[in-house]
Design a protein around this ligand. Structure first.
Ligand code: 6GU
Length: 232
């Protein structure tokens, strides 16, 4: 997989790809991540990429010119399966969407900033608009990092048995059950007996029950969904 990310703050997006699982995925050649500074596509000598919104109101808007030149340059090099715009008014990111995107070859991600990007870039180029939740971030960069993490960890060969995605919360619309490691007793709190017994059927039953209990308590909305196989 190849991911190209267009941003006015490339420095904000470097560290997520320089540690742990994402770093390893890149080193193993399972994914390439390329950052593009929108300012490199500015036309005037001030390297301007944002301007006031027509109609007034607070906040700047990313101008269509630099974004269009950047997109023209990138899409002339290769075909993208999706041009994704990270925006709080997008479709909420779900595990099923991450699963679907993990099957694509080339993804292009646009990070919004300030009041967002000129609507005409969305009309002309964007194939999918994604939000990572109902709160507002200062820009799309951290949201893009979240999306990339959710997608890259699903690529074959990225996770090993210890970090397997199959038992993740949400992979079956259930929250994950509690987990314990050594010691067997910590500050007077004991590990549930069933986990020490070695009866794997009993352990599975216990985990499932705990997962249901937790989901019922915290996210009853998840229990009404069909399963994790839909894209949106
Ligand atoms: Cl994708 N961008 C911004 N700026 N804020 C957000 C978001 C995205 N998703 C949730 N909040």
């Amino acid at each position: 997989m190849r991911i190209d990310i267009v941003t006015v703050l490339p420095e904000l997006l470097r560290s997520p790809f320089e540690a742990s699982i994402l770093k390893r995925a890149i080193e193993k050649g399972l994914v390439e991540v390329h950052l593009h500074n929108l300012r490199d596509y500015a036309s005037n000598r001030y390297k301007q990429v944002d301007d006031y919104a027509f109609g007034g109101g607070a906040g700047m808007v990313l101008m269509p010119g630099p974004l269009d030149r950047c997109l023209q340059a990138l899409t002339s090099e290769r075909e993208y399966d999706e041009v994704i715009y990270m925006t709080p008014d997008g479709h909420p990111l779900k595990q099923a969407m991450a699963n679907g995107l993990s099957l694509k070859r080339n993804l292009l991600i646009l990070c919004g900033h300030y009041k967002g990007i000129d609507q005409r870039i969305r009309d002309l180029w964007v194939t999918r608009e994604i939000s990572i939740g109902d709160y507002v971030l200062s820009g799309g960069e951290l949201a893009a990092a979240v999306l990339c993490d959710a997608v890259i960890r699903l690529l074959p060969g990225v996770l090993n048995d210890e970090t397997s995605a199959l038992t993740d919360t949400f992979q079956d619309n259930l929250l994950a059950p509690p987990v314990y490691t050594r010691p067997r007793e910590f500050k007077g709190l004991k590990v549930p007996e069933v986990l020490l017994g070695g009866d794997f059927n009993k352990i599975e039953d216990w985990r499932e029950e705990q997962a249901y209990r937790r989901t019922m308590e915290r996210r009853p909305d998840l229990l009404n969904l069909p399963d994790g196989s839909k894209m949106e």
